[in-house]
Unconditional design. Structure first.
Length: 45
């Protein structure tokens, strides 16, 4: 009986990272929140 680790050593190792999955149709696209507005200058009458 052949040990499992001996059989696994003969298999090619696939270390290539999986490509990023495309966004699903209809899924909300993540959008960066808008920057906060600067405080309005005080106007004296």
């Amino acid at each position: 009986m052949v040990p499992v680790f001996a059989m696994a050593a003969e298999l090619p190792v696939d270390d290539t990272p999986a490509p990023p999955l495309p966004p699903a149709p209809g899924a909300p696209v993540p959008v960066a929140p808008p920057p906060p507005l600067p405080p309005a200058p005080l106007r004296r009458p």
